[in-house]
Design a binder for this molecule. Structure first.
Ligand SMILES: [Zn+2]
Length: 468
């Protein structure tokens, strides 16, 4: 057996323990967006730190900048001279559970069904943190050392847009200096087929509120003459897209960078049958896909902007009565194409809603955090090492993929470390429903991911040299 074979055998032997450790983390509702869960985010950081220590990482501690949620950092820096330093990133905070009744089991009580582990954070991204710990442990327990130096960073506020990451990386630059980034917060192409992500959309968001009245009034007294804010909001929202569902905000397409010929090339198994994608994602029978049908499906998903209404407030149906509400509001979330700047898109959105708010209702517009898209050139020794490692771990070649989602931390990383390679992989797959209800992790692929990380550390040790 070679050293890497021994380490992979240790991954298999440690799989029950990894699962138990992941379940313990999932039980902590570390919802970074909810101030009521601030203590839970702290507990989750403590538990993550214990996990890293238990698996042989050194100098493990909680750290923060200002009033940020706690980051967890650790390292193992005893590799041979000249070996590169690899920074392993994950995050321990999670999204809110959404509508708890829609979960088949308690979001914070992990449950296995059909080879998948269900629970909030099971895939995004507590599985990433545990994977890093076990990849390190596999080497330390079999060889007493790692093929390269490793630093681990587990963030506590990724799900609120990593607002302090840039400042954190600057403040801790010496402790985090690395030659390659391995970011385990993305996912696989599909179950059994690994992915290596090279393109992410950006994000912009805003809250809008339209108000007609000092307070609610009886619809029998005023309906027919007084505008309904809920209806005004619906008309305003519908003006944001065209009949195909593409954005209809003035100017919003100007900065969209056209994909290269290579990026446009149809992707087998995806573009040929868009309806299969719809089925795989749970689209109800008869529901059409939206977006320009002249564009391939992957282009619509990865390289073009889109808009989602992620929340609406008017009066809830329960307890409603025959009244015209005083105000109605919506939270808008935009996915940005490569080339678009969040601030500029937000100003275009503001100008559009100011022009389209009907019947003179008062408008309040509040911009939220944004992040530009991110792309990297997926070539070079680090990417080659990652391809070999994923092939070894999964038994099949990875798909170089774009992702329609946004991971705002990737940009700050790229800035802070001056263009070192960023390898974006992770434990999710298209059935994981990350951020949604019934989030889950494919346990078999998770094992393959950890094995891939074991291979990756040895592949990077031979193909990437430490910077002087
Ligand atoms: Zn994540």
């Amino acid at each position: 057996m070679t050293a890497v074979d021994d380490a992979v055998a240790a991954v298999d032997a440690g799989q029950d323990r990894a699962r138990a450790e992941l379940e313990a983390l999932v039980r902590i509702p570390s919802i970074s967006a909810d101030p009521d869960h601030r203590d839970d985010v702290h507990s989750s950081a403590e538990a993550t730190a214990d996990l890293l220590r238990a698996h042989g990482l050194e100098s493990v501690r909680l750290a923060n900048v200002g009033s940020s949620h706690p980051y967890v950092i650790g390292e193992w820096m005893h590799a041979d001279a000249g070996a590169p330093t690899v920074l392993l990133y994950a995050h321990h905070d999670v999204q809110p559970p959404g509508i708890v009744d829609n979960w088949e089991s308690d979001p914070f009580e992990p449950a296995e069904r059909g080879g998948r582990l269900y629970g909030r954070g099971s895939a995004d991204d507590k599985a990433g943190a545990v994977a890093h710990a076990h990849a390190v442990a596999a080497w330390l327990s079999t060889r007493g050392g790692l093929p390269c130096n490793v630093r681990v960073l587990v963030e506590g506020e990724e799900e609120i847009g990593s607002p302090t990451l840039h400042a954190f990386l600057e403040a801790h630059a010496n402790e985090l200096r690395s030659d390659v980034l391995v970011l385990a917060d993305a996912g696989n192409w599909k179950v059994g087929v690994p992915g290596l992500t090279y393109s992410l959309r950006g994000l912009a968001a805003a809250d809008i509120e339209v108000r007609a009245l000092d307070g609610p009034v009886h619809s029998g007294m005023a309906g027919g003459a007084v505008p309904d804010p809920a209806m005004a909001l619906a008309r305003l929202l519908s003006s944001l897209v065209d009949e195909r569902g593409d954005l209809a905000i003035d100017g919003v397409w100007e900065d969209v960078r056209s994909p290269t010929e290579q990026e446009q090339a149809p992707i087998p198994g995806l573009d040929g049958d868009p309806s299969a994608f719809g089925r795989s994602i749970g689209l109800r029978p008869g529901v059409e896909l939206v977006g320009d049908p002249a564009k391939t499906l992957h282009e619509r998903l990865w390289f073009r902007p889109s808009l989602t209404v992620i929340g609406i407030d008017t009066h809830p149906i329960k307890g409603s009565s025959n009244q015209i509400v005083a105000r109605a509001s919506a939270r808008l979330s935009l996915r940005l194409a490569p080339g678009e700047e969040p601030d500029r898109v937000i100003e275009q959105l503001r100008a559009h809603v100011e022009q389209h708010v009907p019947w003179g209702l008062e408008l309040r517009f509040r911009a939220l955090e944004g992040a530009p898209a991110w792309q990297t050139d997926p070539t070079g020794p680090a990417f080659d090492a990652a391809r070999r490692a994923l092939r070894a771990g999964f038994g099949t070649d990875p798909v170089l993929m774009g992702v329609g989602g946004s991971i705002p931390f990737v940009g700050p990383f790229a800035d802070a470390f001056g263009g070192i390679p960023a390898l974006l992989l992770g434990p999710a797959d298209p059935q994981s429903r990350i951020h949604g209800e019934n989030e889950s992790l494919h346990l078999g692929d998770w094992r393959s991911l950890i094995a891939s990380e074991v291979h990756l550390l040895s592949e990077l040790a031979v193909s990437v040299r430490a910077r002087a």
